[in-house]
Design a binder for this molecule. Structure first.
Ligand SMILES: NC(=O)c1ccc[n+]([C@@H]2O[C@H](COP(=O)([O-])OP(=O)(O)OC[C@H]3O[C@@H](n4cnc5c(N)ncnc54)[C@H](O)[C@@H]3O)[C@@H](O)[C@H]2O)c1
Length: 438
């Protein structure tokens, strides 16, 4: 099957490479010439484990190609995916659909015969209807299908998620479009990945409901963590105690600095806006958004408190900048709010991240970057673990203590047991438990 993927970012590139790996002929399109030039030279524009090898193999097999030229890729394709960005619109937080609609207009000009145009981007309910209107208005001559196929992959584990998904959701309004989509995912169907066929609007809303639920789970345990700190309980044990209940499940119950990233912040906000527009506010999600925003700022105050109430003139070292490990994605990362809060309070910031520093540089002013975790900790008045990269899980705590100006470890991901840190002379301030005393 011939497939065109419009947008070659985290989702488009991974989806395109995986679909090629299933045996389809895929052309990934992007309007960013630098991105396409890099891909054509075998360089990945993003960091995603395993992606370079998957891309190289499928390019070698001539099933995967990259171009800025949408027209020849769309002409003759049976499925055309839209995987462009849908960031928050400046001002009101609603999803900015201008990239999706621009892609739809470009696709309309390029279509030559029956094709299913599939929205893979996360889009508010009704976007598929508008995409269909754009296509039909531009090309009344054409027979087309318009489907919704939201993507659930996680950055850092994207290839595994795409190839072994918990489920595939396909929103299609007619049997012909549904049949094409079934053919796209036939290799997974053979693997018995559950495929849910729904109406288009249902598929669109399913994606937002999933992200809002996960964001709610994280925010819930974060508030329980705050309560644990006040009452002398331990949030990790509470999380385990509730997570072993099958009705609750243990995933997304890790207390931390608040959710960030390219999806949860904008998707929760967009769901709130959609629900308000329809006169059925989702008050739980509204609260989740507000609590999470406050939490990111509160983490800077936590560091300041750990430093004795002031960081003015102090050197604060941050380990991890990306919103989670195994990605270079800095969009809405909690580190950005934490650093801003610390800088406002007069701290000097030094940071290290295994993959995120290149993307972080344009977003942060006045930050020094270190070459590794130890160089970062050198002379620091506090070391703050913001992102739980594997490289930070087995640090030599005695060595850190010896090189730091003050032995304060603020562990926002609860990577280290307080006792272990104390044994090595560090004062451990975690999340959701009493801080160690010395
Ligand atoms: N990143 C994730 O983990 C993730 C997971 C699930 C769903 N999503 C959703 O998938 C969508 C894409 O997210 P992303 O993280 O891949 O975004 P991204 O910003 O990494 O990539 C989007 C790409 O689309 C390109 N583009 C924009 N308009 C174009 C056009 N008209 N023609 C060709 N290319 C165009 C951009 O240049 C960019 O490279 C969003 O709606 C997002 O919410 C993302």
């Amino acid at each position: 099957m011939r497939i065109a993927m419009i947008g070659s970012g985290y989702v488009g590139l991974v989806s395109g490479a995986c679909l090629a790996d299933f045996g389809h002929e895929v052309v990934c399109i992007d309007k960013d010439p630098e991105k396409i030039a890099a891909l054509n030279e075998g360089r990945m524009p993003i960091y995603e484990p395993g992606l370079d090898a998957l891309v190289a193999e499928n390019v070698r097999q001539k099933r995967l190609a990259f171009s800025t030229d949408l027209k020849p890729a769309v002409a003759g394709a049976q499925a055309v995916f839209i995987a462009v960005g849908t960031p928050s619109r400046r001002g009101d937080g609603f999803a900015d659909l201008s990239y999706v609609y621009a892609a739809a207009r470009a696709i309309a000009e390029a279509l030559t015969g029956y094709a299913v145009v599939v929205t893979k981007s996360t889009v508010p309910v009704g976007t598929g209807d508008e995409v269909e209107r754009i296509l039909r208005e531009a090309r009344p001559d054409l027979d087309i299908g318009v489907a919704s196929n939201p993507e659930f992959l996680r950055e850092g584990a994207a290839i595994g998620d795409f190839k072994r998904p918990d489920r595939i959701v396909i929103g299609a309004e007619d049997a012909r479009a549904a049949a094409v989509m079934q053919e796209v995912y036939r290799p997974l169907y053979l693997n018995q990945a559950p495929i849910l066929f729904t109406g288009r609007r249902t598929a669109e809303l399913t994606k937002y409901a999933a992200n809002a639920f996960l964001a709610t789970k994280i925010t819930f345990i974060n508030e329980i963590a705050d309560l644990c700190e006040q009452v002398g309980a331990n949030v990790q044990e509470v999380a385990r105690g509730i997570g072993l209940d099958n009705r609750i499940g243990s995933k997304f119950l890790h207390a931390g600095p608040g959710y960030g990233g390219s999806c949860f912040p904008k998707d929760t906000l967009a769901l709130v806006k959609t629900a308000q527009d329809y006169g059925t506010p989702v008050r739980i999600v509204e609260t989740v958004v507000a609590v999470n925003d406050q939490r990111k700022r509160a983490m800077a105050r936590k560091v300041i408190a750990a430093c004795g109430g002031s960081v003015r003139g102090k050197r604060v070292a941050l380990l991890g900048l990306t919103f989670k490990p195994n990605t270079d994605d800095m969009r809405d990362a909690p580190s950005l709010s934490i650093i801003a809060g610390l800088q406002d309070a007069g701290a000097r910031i030094v940071a290290y991240d295994p993959e995120g520093m290149e993307q972080a540089r344009p977003l942060l002013q006045g930050v020094d970057y270190a070459e590794d975790a130890y160089a970062c900790a050198e002379g620091a008045d506090a070391l703050v673990i913001v992102t739980e990269w594997n490289a930070f899980r087995a640090l030599d705590l005695a060595r850190l203590k010896a090189m730091m100006a003050a032995p304060v470890l603020v562990d926002l991901r609860n990577v280290y047991a307080p006792d272990e840190a104390r044994r090595h002379g560090l004062r451990h301030v975690g999340v959701g438990a009493l801080a160690s005393r010395d």
